[in-house]
Design a protein around this ligand. Structure first.
Ligand SMILES: [Zn+2]
Length: 65
């Protein structure tokens, strides 16, 4: 299964990522920053489509600051 993930740095969508193989890590193809989708392990069965995913990533970022 592949996932579409919004880059937390630049906000652009990286498509068809194999997050299961990288434990949620991805390197943005637009800005080159590496980031980990912290919700990946818990939500492993939910494909990253839609607005909710983007919102969750933003929440995690806020929690880390
Ligand atoms: Zn990016």
């Amino acid at each position: 299964m592949t996932y579409d993930v919004a880059c937390p740095v630049c906000g652009r969508i990286n498509r068809s990522l194999y997050l299961e193989e990288t434990e949620g890590w991805m390197e943005c193809e637009y800005c080159g920053n590496s980031s980990q989708d912290l919700g990946f392990r818990k939500k492993a069965r939910i494909p990253a489509f839609g607005k909710d995913r983007k919102k969750r990533i933003g929440m995690y970022l806020a929690a880390e600051v």
